[in-house]
Design a protein around this ligand. Structure first.
Ligand code: TRP
Length: 329
């Protein structure tokens, strides 16, 4: 069982319910019996072009979102990556124990670089910085979505290579892939929910109720069935959202009833959508409430400064050992 947990999220400006159910809710749950460090990865964000003013605002905004979603800065360390510059120093050292061939096999790089005119070297070396994020704190558990498993595999290789070359120091971090990461786009239910596909594709955790209602009502349900499928992907997705929304409340009797209706061929999608909307808002309303209170309190800067201090104390210690092992002064 992992003892120290580390995970990171890019400051994309806003969380969507796929991020929440797929990752952040699990981050919050892990706090009860682990030592958790959560990081807003702004160094990673600049691997593609970003506006400096928007980036700073997005990092603050992500911190508000995370705390509102249950990340407790009293129990866990919450900080912005660039306030701990040791991440980049370790990334350089790790770059020297990472093979070009291994990096070239990263599928996220292939996907992200495919349609770009300018592909930065930073986008290519992104997984090295990710390994540095985790291992700077010698974390051994990393809650992530399934798409990060390959990056974690590389982090383990990097830890092994470092240990072989310079001496045993780093643990091999394991991905902790939670369930609930399967939420797909509302407008194209065959694709994973993503903010970058456009407004119609995702539901923001902080989005206003009227807008969420509209999106749920217009969710695509009639894509037809692929061979072997009994329920179209859009309907599967609505059930998924419903079940995730009611999971912590002991599950939903309504969900079971609606599934039975579906099996009997008498499910009204408008009814399903109304129930999905109500259940989802029961989860989101208190989160939205907490966020506006926190924002009004003006405390986020202070919280992040405190988090950075705690993170940096660990980072400094570990970097000092690494420097020594590598042969630096
Ligand atoms: N690459 C991760 C993502 O796209 C974000 C990330 C950066 C991360 N550093 C990390 C996740 C360290 C876990 C641990 O979601």
């Amino acid at each position: 069982m992992a003892t120290r947990i580390f995970s990171g999220i890019q400051p994309t400006g806003t969380l969507h319910i796929g991020n929440y159910f797929g990752a952040i809710r699990n981050w919050a749950a892990l706090q009860t019996d682990h030592d958790c460090i959560y990081c807003i990865v702004d160094y990673h964000a600049i691997t593609i072009e970003t506006d400096p003013v928007a980036l700073r605002a997005a990092s603050r905004s992500m911190a508000l979102d995370l705390i509102a979603c249950g990340i407790d800065p009293e129990r866990s360390i919450l900080f912005v990556q660039s306030s701990v510059p040791e991440h980049t120093e370790l990334a350089w050292i790790f770059g020297c124990v990472t093979s070009y061939g291994d990096l070239s096999r990263m599928t996220q790089f292939k996907d992200k670089s495919a349609d770009k005119k300018f592909v930065s070297a930073g986008l290519f070396t992104y997984p090295i910085l990710q390994a540095a994020d985790i291992l700077l704190y010698r974390a051994d558990g990393v809650p992530v979505g399934g798409d990060q498993v390959q990056h974690l595999e590389l982090s383990r290789r990097i830890a092994r290579r470092f240990n072989t070359r310079f001496g045993e120091f780093f643990p091999e971090p394991e991905p902790l892939v939670g369930k609930g990461a399967r939420i797909t786009s509302l407008a194209d239910p065959t694709a994973k929910m993503s903010k970058s596909d456009g407004e119609a594709h995702y539901i923001g955790v902080m989005e206003d109720e009227g807008s969420i209602r509209k999106k749920v009502r217009s969710a695509v349900t009639d894509t037809g069935l692929a061979p072997g499928e009994t329920m179209s992907p859009g309907v599967v997705n609505l059930f998924e959202i419903l079940e995730l929304s009611t999971e912590l409340a002991g599950g939903s009797a309504v969900a079971a009833e609606l599934r039975a209706d579906f099996a009997a061929g008498k499910l009204m999608y408008s009814r399903l959508k109304d129930v999905v909307f109500d259940s989802l808002m029961n989860v989101l309303r208190p989160i939205q409430q907490r966020r506006s209170e926190l924002e009004a309190s003006g405390k986020v800067e202070e919280i992040l400064a405190h988090g950075a201090e705690k993170a940096r104390a660990i980072a400094r210690d570990n970097i000092a050992s690494v420097r020594e092992m590598v042969g630096f002064d």
